[in-house]
Design a protein around this ligand. Structure first.
Ligand code: PMV
Length: 349
């Protein structure tokens, strides 16, 4: 039996950050993210069932070129999944992946990559077994599978605002898989834009796995995990009520806290750069002067995500072109925003 399956899945930006993990890629604190619309990974899986195989045979191409480093990571990932889905060890797989965002944009691509992959693999497993899950259990299982590849990938399985990790307050969320924010989102937040400003596109020196591990000895860890709980609970409420002022405060505090934790670890390190600080200061200055609500957030890197409401697009694009691009590597920004989540590609050639 053989076939081909393609999924497209987006990246996401955490508003409340996941930073610190334990056990089988489980989060030390809950996180809340916004799924993006433009920054996607498209992954095609060509599969062939071969009952003589003892371990998965894999060929991996990224943007048309073999990528041995990612292929190794992928093989490990497939071995981990074999416990749950023994059929994986009897598969010959050719996985072809490409990003819609520029190759060297510095955007974390593990979330889009592992979510596209998990959705693709689960579709292959369903095709081979002939068993079809309900819509809900398919996405739940895919989120759990994506989590094993990269924690933040668990959230990219869904569009809109997504929570991953248990909280003391809400009982619907858990550590195994992400779930979309369960209450209605206020219209103010339904069309959020994210201008991604690339300050430095190079791969960072300290990756997120090492960063998560450093939380184990970070003296501020327990206070941080408590703060993240509070922020998820409060942001949940803010998203329902449409309170942009409080949204800005929480999101910016989360971004700065993430980087403060890095600086306060042993050894401490810094991922913000001069351009990052200049952009942050200009964003705050612009907000003060114009009273236009906009804010920044950061991933584990120097690039800045500028979040703003649709109504102010003209003013913000003008600000970016006039003052912020000066600190960016290229002459343009990635014009992204909230998106509907992954999609299976049916018209594949
Ligand atoms: O999914 P990972 O292991 O690459 O960790 C992601 C960590 C952050 O991007 C900094 C925060 C987050 O919640 O996405």
């Amino acid at each position: 039996m053989h076939g081909r399956i393609t999924w497209e899945s987006p990246s996401n930006i955490a508003l409340v950050k996941y930073w610190g993990k334990y056990g089988d890629q489980l989060p030390q604190n809950p996180s809340l993210s916004m799924t993006l619309r433009q920054s996607l990974t498209r992954t095609t899986i060509n599969y062939q069932f071969n009952s003589n195989l003892k371990t998965t045979k894999l060929r991996f191409l990224f943007e048309g070129i073999p990528n041995p480093d990612f292929e190794k990571r992928l093989l490990k990932y497939l071995v981990r999944l074999t416990g749950r889905f023994p059929v994986i060890s009897s598969l010959e797989l050719e996985i072809i992946s490409a990003n819609t965002f520029p190759h060297s944009s510095g955007i974390a691509s593990s979330a889009s990559a592992f979510s596209a992959l998990a959705l693709g693999l689960l579709s292959v497993i369903e095709e081979l077994s002939g068993e079809k899950r309900t819509h809900e259990s398919f996405y739940r299982e895919a989120s759990e599978m994506a989590r094993l590849g990269s924690g933040s990938a668990s959230r990219s399985i869904y569009g809109g605002y997504v929570v991953w990790g248990k909280t003391d307050h809400f009982h619907q969320y858990n550590n195994l898989a992400a779930i979309p924010v369960s209450t209605a989102i206020h219209p103010v937040f339904q069309k959020m834009n994210d201008a991604i400003l690339i300050v430095n596109a190079k791969t960072k020196k300290t990756g997120s796995s090492a960063g998560h591990a450093l939380m184990e000895t970070n003296p501020y860890a327990s206070a941080r995990y408590h703060q993240a709980q509070q922020h998820v609970i409060e942001l949940h409420d803010v998203l329902t009520r449409g309170n942009m002022d409080r949204f800005i405060e929480i999101v910016e505090q989360e971004a700065l806290t993430l980087h403060a934790l890095m600086m306060a670890s042993q050894p401490g390190y810094m991922l913000m750069e001069g351009g990052t600080l200049a952009i942050i200061n200009l964003i705050r200055q612009f907000r003060n002067d114009t009273k236009i609500p906009l804010c920044f957030t950061l991933d584990a890197g120097p690039n800045v995500h500028l979040l703003y409401l649709d109504a102010y697009k003209t003013e913000i694009v003008d600000l970016i072109n006039r003052e912020l691009l000066l600190f960016c590597t290229s002459n343009h920004f990635l014009d992204d925003g909230i998106g509907p989540g992954p999609a299976k590609v049916t018209n594949q050639e």
